[in-house]
Write a protein that binds this ligand. Structure first.
Ligand code: GDD
Ligand code: MN
Length: 383
């Protein structure tokens, strides 16, 4: 650039138009969001495949990495240095596929967003077809479905995973009242505004982001499914575990009750049930050791409360887990609030029993009120 040119087009000259981006030759059309946790070996092969599949499309890739110990973020950034289409969001101190996908979508700016796993299990070659459907206005959301072909899912999933996946799918379909064969797919493309408009309502835990996005729409979106064959994972291991599954059923329950029960309530309730078993086991042990009933009952209640606190801290509120001093003060608050819950449970049980001879109804009313109190109060004051 010559010196004369720079002085003539001074940056703050009054005549310079205050526009930005007009120089770009083509405007960005598609953002591909890729959540990663320990996927270093898959980064380069995935980008090579995307580059081939999306030839002729103005696209960008947004990796969202939860600080993978294997250095996935560094691998992405090494490529991003020479390719400005590639970006990496590195999240510290957080885990969760749904939250990672959401942040990727919120960080992107193209009108259409695709979400794809990093492990090469999804078939990127159908991306242009998905984009075509959105462009043409035939759909608001296009899902890559494993179940539209006879053996689409069987190669990449074990028999147990396949059965579980089918159960999850049929429950989700009954809640969504939409004819979607794969509502828990991690492979889809959507108009970005559909996600942006419901973001505050979405849960950031677990794997059910697509289901959540569909269920939260004010108007039913027009959905198109495109079949693909789910392949086997290339490198690394799956992160879908028992907690992810429980989380998912919690969300289904929440949607079935139209949001009356929050997604965490299922986990909280299961932990509470485990507490009843702990209580009975401890009571049994104390009685065989010859303790008086009142003493034994009090001891068993304390042990059960403690185990409830530990499990809720480990599982139900794993994303807000208390540690150190906050663990101790949280424990004391938890015990105080649950004792109030027990008192309320007994009082309500007595009251209902004075109205009706149905002992189980009285007991159930007290127990439900106590559980609701415990849930609401501890979620506000402990976690
Ligand atoms: N950032 C981030 N944080 N990424 C994650 C996390 C997390 O906590 N957990 C998993 N991922 C990434 C993985 O690195 C991978 O790219 C993708 O999310 C899918 O994770 P997998 O662990 O490979 O899941 P899967 O193959 O067992 O599960 C498949 O089926 C699910 C249910 O249908 C995937 O297709 C999921 O997307 C799908 O929801
Ligand atoms: Mn996978």
């Amino acid at each position: 650039m010559s010196a004369r040119l720079t002085t003539e087009t001074a940056p703050h000259s009054e005549n310079a138009p205050l526009t930005w981006g007009a120089g770009a030759s083509e405007s960005l059309e598609l953002s591909v969001v890729i959540p990663t946790f320990n996927e270093r070996a898959n980064v380069a092969p995935l980008l090579a495949r995307l580059d081939r599949a999306l030839d002729g499309v103005a696209w960008q890739a947004v990796f969202v990495d939860d600080n993978s110990p294997d250095g996935t973020a560094a691998a992405v950034k090494a490529i991003a240095r020479t390719d400005p289409r590639i970006q990496c969001l590195r999240r510290i101190g957080r885990r969760g596929l749904a939250g990672a996908v959401l942040e990727g979508v919120l960080a992107s700016s193209a009108p259409y967003v695709a979400v794809i796993d990093a492990d090469l299990q999804h078939d990127e070659s159908i991306l242009p077809q998905m984009l075509g459907a959105l462009r043409g206005g035939r759909a608001d959301l296009v899902i890559g479905s494993r179940y539209l072909t006879a053996d689409g899912a069987t190669r990449g999933l074990s028999p147990i995973r396949l059965a579980g996946s089918r159960l999850a799918t049929s429950l989700a379909r009954s809640v969504l009242r939409a004819d979607v064969t794969d509502p828990v797919s991690g492979f889809f493309m959507i108009r970005r505004e559909l996600v942006e408009q419901v973001t505050p309502r979405l849960s950031d835990q677990g794997f059910k982001i697509l289901f959540d996005v569909i269920a939260s729409q004010p108007e039913p979106p027009r959905i198109l499914e495109i079949p693909y064959a789910f392949s086997e994972r290339q490198a690394g291991i799956s992160k879908l575990d028992g907690r992810v599954v429980l989380d998912y059923f919690g969300l289904i329950l929440s949607k079935m009750t139209r949001g009356l029960l929050p997604p965490r309530f299922l986990l909280f309730g299961l932990v509470g049930l485990s507490g009843v078993l702990v209580h009975l086991a401890v009571l049994y042990a104390e009685r065989t050791a010859g303790l008086r009933f009142e003493m034994a009952q009090g001891g068993a209640a304390l042990v059960a409360m403690t185990s409830n606190f530990i499990f809720n801290n480990l599982i139900t509120y794993r994303d807000r887990r208390l540690r150190g001093w906050r663990l101790l003060s949280g424990y004391l608050r938890f015990c105080a609030l649950c004792s109030l819950g027990l008192a309320a449970n007994l009082a309500i049980g007595d009251l209902v029993h004075s109205w009706t001879p149905l002992w189980w109804l009285a007991g159930l009313s007290g127990a439900l009120f106590g559980a609701a109190w415990n849930y609401v109060s501890t979620s506000l004051a402990v976690w």
